[in-house]
Write a protein that binds this ligand. Structure first.
Ligand code: HSE
Length: 433
């Protein structure tokens, strides 16, 4: 049988890793795919991160997507444009697509998949979420008998690395970020990592596949880790919790919660012990119960592992009837649900609160009265002894589950107390039980 011809767009970290994996494991991969996979040509600007000998190169990616001999376009450029135009052109030219582009799928996936379905083509995107962890495959196929109740993921390696180093070594935020950039984990624009945008792209994709809803990136609540202090990390630890940047998608009777934010997780949970650059996704299905997927969420070869798996998947289905393929978003396009995404005000969760209260009698009584009036129960309180000369001291409270709008009302009243001299610090808490 003739080899399948790949047109590779981008030879950066992931592109270079993909060339290396395809070459090193060529024999193993073709035994699985049933055909040889040939890197027919590639488009790259700047320095390539791999040995490109024998691969015809161009700087013009449109040459590759318009080449009639290319069977599968593998887009590893990233970003929205020109990646979107390149993929739409490849589809218009009848080529299947493999991409690692989470921003593109999260924001334009509905349009891209509609175009692909119209043309009977595949767009595979395993590498877009959690790097080398086959979470798309697991959710879309392995768990297909389940009603998925929720998905919770540590899906940004850079943030996890930063939070782990802050906790373990007391390192500085900026210093750890520089290391993550040097290692190739961080996004081209690292605010995408630390402000939670990258995790929100990935969560958008996971939620869509888990619940059969359209991709709705603009409805995700996003809060990054730049406001997390070493003080909060150590108070959380004293109370038996770890702080992680968590992406959470939960189905409730009122709608779907879709949120990315720093989160306290009980340290006894396996996912709370996922450290460094590693990713993990916890999925709760009604039949299977909780399942946990762990592995490298970034880096050249871990991400290439997912890209190559997608290439093999596409090769295997080249001759199959498009109607009988696994749907892009797990559910048949005509059976997508329009269940609403809940605003944060309507989300119910538990909270960590850090108050700065005057060191005098009655302050705690005032605060607890306000919480009680808003029907908020307290789970735990931690108060540190004042250092000499300090007039205010931190009071840490964990609440039981409450509606966020009730908590916000309580916080407004607490901040108005004369004995409270700083804004209340709020971090959400999930038991993931
Ligand atoms: N910047 C991402 C991360 C890379 O840190 O997880 C993988 O998507």
């Amino acid at each position: 049988m003739k080899p399948v011809k790949i047109g590779l767009l981008g030879l950066g970290t992931v592109g270079g890793g993909t060339v290396n994996v395809l070459r090193r494991n060529a024999s193993e991969i073709s035994r699985r795919a049933g055909r040889e996979i040939q890197i027919y040509r590639a488009a790259a600007r700047g320095k390539c991160t791999c040995d490109t000998s024998g691969i015809p190169l161009t700087e013009d990616a449109f040459e590759v997507v318009n080449d009639p001999d290319v069977d599968i376009v593998v887009e590893l450029i990233g970003g929205e444009e020109p990646a979107k135009q390149l993929i739409l052109t490849a589809l218009a030219n009848g080529k299947h697509v493999v991409t690692a582009n989470k921003a593109l799928i999260a924001k334009h996936g509905n349009e891209i998949f509609a175009k692909a379905s119209e043309k009977g083509l595949m767009v595979a995107f395993e590498a877009a979420v959690a790097g080398g962890i086959p979470i798309i495959k697991a959710l879309r196929e392995g768990l297909t008998g389940n009603k998925i109740e929720w998905v919770a993921g540590i899906i940004n390696g850079t943030c996890n690395f930063i939070l782990t180093e802050m906790r373990d070594k007391g390192r500085d935020f900026a210093d750890v970020l520089t290391e993550a950039q040097a290692k190739g984990y961080a996004e081209a624009n690292p605010t995408f990592d630390v402000e939670g945008i990258d995790a929100a792209h990935k969560l958008t994709i996971l939620a869509s596949i888990a619940f059969g809803i359209p991709l709705q990136f603009d409805k995700v609540y996003i809060e990054g880790i730049s406001g997390v202090t070493r003080m909060d990390v150590s108070y959380a630890e004293a109370l038996g919790y770890r702080i992680k940047l968590l992406g959470l998608a939960r189905r409730t009777e009122q709608g779907v919660e879709l949120r990315v934010h720093p989160t306290l997780i009980p340290e006894r949970r396996l996912i709370a012990n996922v450290d460094g650059v590693m990713n993990a996704v916890l999925v709760k299905g009604d039949a299977v119960g909780p399942t946990l997927y762990y592995g490298a969420g970034a880096g050249a070869e871990p991400t290439a592992s997912a890209v190559v798996a997608d290439i093999v998947d596409v090769v295997r289905t080249l001759t199959s009837d498009p109607e009988n393929r696994v749907p892009h978003l797990a559910f048949q396009p005509q059976s997508m649900s329009d269940i609403p995404i809940l605003p944060m005000d309507a989300v119910k969760t538990a909270y960590y609160l850090r108050l700065s209260g005057e060191d005098k009698p009655g302050v705690l009584a005032d605060v607890t009265r306000i919480l009680a009036n808003q029907h908020i129960s307290i789970e735990a309180i931690l108060q540190k002894e004042p250092h000499t000369g300090e007039t205010h001291l931190p009071i840490i409270m964990l609440t039981q589950k409450t509606l966020e709008h009730e908590l916000n009302a309580a916080i407004a009243q607490i901040e108005a107390l004369p004995s409270i001299n700083k804004p209340v610090k709020l971090i959400r808490l999930e038991t993931l039980g």
